[in-house]
Design a protein around this ligand. Sequence first.
Ligand SMILES: CC(C)(COP(=O)(O)OP(=O)(O)OC[C@H]1O[C@@H](n2cnc3c(N)ncnc32)[C@H](O)[C@@H]1OP(=O)(O)O)[C@@H](O)C(=O)NCCC(=O)NCCS
Length: 328
Amino acid sequence: MGLKILGTGYYLPETVVTNEDFTRIVDTSDEWIVKRTGMRERRIASEPTHVMAEEAARRAIENAGMSPEDIDLILCTTVTSDYITPSLACIIQGNIGAKNAVAFDINAACAAFVYALDMAHMYLQNGYKHILIVSAEGLSKITDYTDRSTCVLFGDAAGACIVGWGDGEFKSVLGSDGTGAHTLFARRPLNDVPFVTQVDPQSVDHFPDVNRPGVLYMDGREVYKFAVGAMSKALLGACEKAGLQPKDLDLIIPHQANLRIIQSAAKELGLPLERFYVNIDRYGNTSSACIPVALAELNAQGALVPGKKVGMVGFGAGLVYGGCVFTL
Ligand SMILES: CC(C)(COP(=O)(O)OP(=O)(O)OC[C@H]1O[C@@H](n2cnc3c(N)ncnc32)[C@H](O)[C@@H]1OP(=O)(O)O)[C@@H](O)C(=O)NCCC(=O)NCCS
């Protein structure tokens, strides 16, 4: 059984930050950022993550012609929830009035939307009918704006979709490599605890002691190498399971981390770059929100034509990757 996109929505904060804006806070240039990443501008939120998430969710429900009560499961992906607990999914469930929905979060960093789709596909087989997936990221909350090699990369956004049963097949490949965990991470500040002196996990895990708690550290070159291999491996694997060749895919929605990574994956897969949807120039890397925002933009453009074969592929901290293919 396949999976059908019943509705999509997205939300972008108003504030646009250009490459030029970064030249005022770190030693960088528009030319370097465009050449090395393909990024030109990104959005930065003043609103909490859950506000972006709820707006994207409401728009997806409206786009599907449904009401919040029709949703029976909410899966949220985020690494920047406003609360440690409860889950972002429960906050959304309460605020939009999806009173019949079970709600919980998934943490698979930038690849999490593909993980959520995969999980939704399993829950559909379990009897759930209308699953709302919301991916919302306020990455500006965990970005180190003194580090020029990471701060220019990230933006804030939320994307959502509702999925139900569809014709055709849904096939996916997920993978993890925890030995690369130290190449991309943000650690939680230690709490002040009476009675004991807590051991910083970083000191026993041998992660590099390079950034302050709460902000992202990334070994860009290592992640880059992982990303190029993971993108083609995940997409090829999902195609193989579906009995397809990459060239059979009409449209590929990749994670938007670096235009050069997308170009390399296209080359490895022997596909023209035009087959890949790219909006990295406008929004930068919005982690798990990249793919659903792109999906919603494509839907608004009328590009999600029934019968077309679509591939999605993401990778991120963990390290993790995931790819899937299905018929729209
Ligand atoms: C981060 C990334 C764009 C850096 O590009 P790169 O070509 O690998 O650049 P390097 O890290 O090799 O750095 C090259 C030089 O540019 C400098 N540099 C880094 N960021 C810069 C910036 N914003 N402006 C100007 N110079 C910069 C570095 O300091 C380095 O200078 P040096 O040679 O004097 O030491 C790239 O590695 C990347 O995209 N990695 C993967 C990121 C990713 O996918 N992250 C998300 C995972 S979900």
